[in-house]
Every structure is written in structure tokens, then in C-alpha cells.
Design a protein around this ligand. Structure first.
Ligand SMILES: Nc1ncnc2c1ncn2[C@@H]1O[C@H](COP(=O)(O)OP(=O)(O)OP(=O)(O)O)[C@@H](O)[C@H]1O
Ligand SMILES: [Mg+2]
Length: 380
């Protein structure tokens, strides 16, 4: 049986392990937090830092393959392991490009992949040179996730909000829709494209509110999305699964925002709504099996369940009974003991052939399901 390691033990790792249970594979997780969502579902849990060379190298040296559920991993250790014959998907060369937003933007430019125009800043002071470039979005080259590390700079007086570390300054796009295109690619270069999904954002938290699959976009736009995302994945020259985040602007132009070289939040619905889920698909790639069928069986919406504002501590799931009475909804809780405002604690997938039903149920879930902390439940 092949031994495959996962770097990171969050919810993406947890769902990967749920899918791994169907395959002849021995799974290992490297993660510092022994109570993490993936800790109890793998065959072997190894405590260690995914950013530390020795921890990653020692974890990987007896394995057949490694994949990731988060990009902030020690790429140097993965390079050494790859040279020693361990199968690393995504390849360290692709990770190197993606983990640094400056390199990622340069990669799009060099490969003529449409993406918002950008400038590079090394320190906050550099922003002064670019005031005529505003409105723009400042993004840390590394260390940002879930919208942290992203700052909109609308006018000159906002420049002080910028980051004092290497970053990219990107022209602000007049966004019509945000789309995610997930693509799997195997070692022989065969690809499987999921139907694109449409993301609806919560402006306050700068986090996904709910998402719809398939996206409601014209056929010619969807062909363009597929062609551009496919070019990104082919040029990265690595097997694996990739989520290409895309903006469709008010003119209908298609621009790449960023690429995640792993299973992605925007693919959670594929567990119930598509023939082969993104998690199932990645195992097929890792284990050199034929790719699965990415097509959707039914339309779906997915709602992230995040910790309510003002609540930190032991998680309590308010409204869970009412939500579970609803038809064709699928609850996934990630087993995180502690809730914090905005923390991703779980998600719910809704299936229905009717868009109105999906949107209605998504709104009800947002209203009725709250993740609060134990103390506040007593005092409220
Ligand atoms: N150039 C841009 N113009 C307009 N809006 C933007 C631009 N870049 C980013 N945004 C907005 O900010 C959000 C977060 O940006 P981005 O995806 O680059 O950051 P992130 O920290 O990697 O987020 P996540 O981990 O949630 O994907 C985008 O989904 C989009 O809503
Ligand atoms: Mg993003």
C-alpha cells in the first residue's frame, strides 16, 4: 500500500482523509496542532512544523508521495525529497511560483495569462510613487490568506494602510463576478475540468458568503474561463489539483486573480454535487489512477459556517436541529473545538435543481445557524 503524507491538518486535510478511506493508501499528516481537524482521521499523525526544513524532510523521507492542504510549507525540503524520488504533487517548482504573489503575478505576465496590471513594492514608502495607479489592491507577497494580507487603497489618503513588506499593488478590478475554476491534471498531462462556480462574498469579513455551482455565466465566458485556467495549470507543469480564482469584470473580460495548488474551499460542494469530488480526484492523481468524472450531478450551493462576531471559546452550534430538518442539505463540521469570529468551522452544501431554492435555503442557513461560544450562550 502506498504511503502518502499530507502537509497541514485543517479541514481540507480532513476531507481529503475522508475520501482516502475509499482507496488503498496509508495516510500520514504533519501538523503542529494535535487537536487539528485531520488529526483523528489519518493512519499516522506526526507532530511538527510544516514550515520547518527538518520536520518536513524527516516526515517525507520514507513516504511514496506528499501533497499539501496549505501553501505555506517548506519548499526546500520538498525539493530535496523530490530529488530523492518522493512524488510531490503539486511539484515544488509550482509551489515556489504560487506561494509568492510577486512571482505568481510575474508568471501570469510571462505566460500571457490575463490578470490585473500590477506594480511591485518592497516597503510601504514605495507606494508614494504609485498614487496615480489608484484605486488599487495591495497584497502581501507572502503570509496572507482568507483576505488577510489584502488591502484596498482607493485614494492617496489610504496609502498609509499599505503593507511595509514585499507586496504587489494591483489595479482594482470593477468586478462583475468572482469565479473559481477547479482543474485536476495527472502525471501524463490529462485534465479534468469541474464546472466553474460562482462566489458571493461577505463584504465585511472579506470571506466567501455562499457559492453557486455551476456559475451563471454565458457559454462564451465559460469557454474563456476554461481556456485561461487550463493555460495556467499547463504552464505550472505539475500534476495535482488547482483552483484558479477568476474575476469577470463589468466589460465581461476574464482575469486571473490567483491560483491555489490544492483542494479548495470553492470545491466543497463537489463531495455531494459532482460525480468525482475534488478530494476523490486528488487521490486518483496521487495514486496514478484514471481521473474521475468532474461533471455536476445536480446544482448546488455551499455556505461556509463561520464563528459569529463577539464569540470566542468552546463552540456551540445554535440552530442545528432546525437546519438538519431541511431537505437536501449536507452538514460538514470540521471538529474545531474553539470558535473565533470569522473562523471557518464547517460548511453546508445544498442540492436542488432550482436556483431559487438554493438561494432561499442559503439565506435561511445564514440567518438561523450561528456558531457561538459556550460562555455567551449562558449570558445571552
Ligand atoms: N485586483 C483586485 N480588484 C478588486 N478586488 C480584488 C482584487 N484583488 C483581490 N480582490 C478582492 O479581495 C479578495 C481576496 O483577494 P485574494 O484572493 O488575492 O486574497 P487571499 O488572501 O489569497 O484570499 P483567499 O485566501 O480568500 O483566496 C478577492 O476575492 C476579491 O474579492
Ligand atoms: Mg483568493
Amino acid at each position: 500500500m502506498l504511503k502518502i503524507g499530507i502537509l497541514g491538518g485543517g479541514q481540507l486535510g480532513r476531507m481529503l482523509l475522508q475520501a482516502a478511506a475509499n482507496y488503498p493508501v496509508e495516510t500520514l499528516v504533519l501538523e503542529n496542532d494535535t487537536e487539528c481537524p485531520a488529526a483523528h482521521l489519518c493512519h499516522h499523525f506526526v507532530k511538527g512544523d510544516i514550515r520547518n526544513f527538518n520536520d518536513v524532510y524527516n516526515f517525507g523521507k520514507t513516504l511514496d508521495g506528499i501533497t499539501i492542504e496549505i501553501e505555506s510549507v517548506n519548499v526546500e525540503a520538498l525539493e530535496k525529497l523530490e530529488n530523492e524520488g518522493v512524488k510531490i504533487y503539486p511539484r515544488p517548482s509550482a509551489l515556489r511560483i504560487i506561494r509568492d504573489k510577486i512571482l505568481q503575478k510575474q508568471f501570469y505576465k510571462e505566460n500571457e495569462i490575463p490578470s490585473p496590471v500590477f506594480r511591485i513594492t518592497e516597503k510601504k514608502d514605495d507606494l508614494k510613487k504609485f498614487y496615480d495607479f489608484l484605486p488599487a489592491v495591495h497584497k502581501k507577497a507572502s503570509g496572507g490568506y482568507d483576505g488577510r494580507g489584502v488591502q484596498v487603497l482607493s485614494e492617496e489618503k489610504d496609502l498609509h494602510l499599505g503593507f511595509d513588506q514585499p507586496s504587489v499593488l494591483e489595479k482594482k478590478v470593477d468586478i462583475h463576478k468572482e469565479i473559481s475554476q477547479i482543474i485536476a491534471i495527472n502525471a501524463s498531462g490529462q485534465t479534468a475540468l469541474y464546472p466553474a462556480v460562482e462566489m458571493i462574498f461577505n463584504q465585511t469579513l472579506n470571506q466567501l458568503d455562499y457559492q453557486l455551482s455551476p456559475a451563471e455565466i454565458p457559454q462564451h465566458t465559460s469557454w474563456r474561463v476554461e481556456a485561461i485556467a487550463l493555460k495556467v495549470v499547463k504552464e505550472l507543469k505539475s500534476p495535482g489539483i488547482f483552483a484558479v480564482e477568476i474575476f469577470i469584470d463589468k466589460n465581461g473580460d476574464v482575469l486571473v486573480n490567483e491560483t491555489a495548488p490544492r483542494v479548495h474551499n470553492s470545491g466543497h460542494h463537489t463531495i455531494e454535487a459532482n460525480f468525482s469530488s475534488q478530494f476523490d480526484m486528488l487521490w486518483r492523481v496521487m495514486l496514478d489512477y484514471p481521473l474521475g468524472n468532474p461533471k455536476h450531478i445536480v446544482h448546488a450551493a455551499m455556505v461556509n459556517l463561520t464563528g459569529s462576531e463577539g464569540n470566542s471559546g468552546n463552540a456551540v452550534y445554535e440552530g442545528i436541529d432546525e437546519i438538519l430538518k431541511m431537505e437536501n442539505i449536507f452538514l460538514h463540521l470540521y471538529g474545531k473545538k474553539e470558535t473565533r469570529p470569522g473562523r471557518k468551522m464547517g460548511h453546508i452544501t445544498i442540492l436542488s435543481p432550482e436556483k431559487s431554492d438554493l438561494v432561499y435555503k442559503a439565506k435561511i442557513i445564514k440567518q438561523k445557524f450561528r456558531i457561538i461560544s459556550h460562555q455567551s450562550q449562558i449570558t445571552v
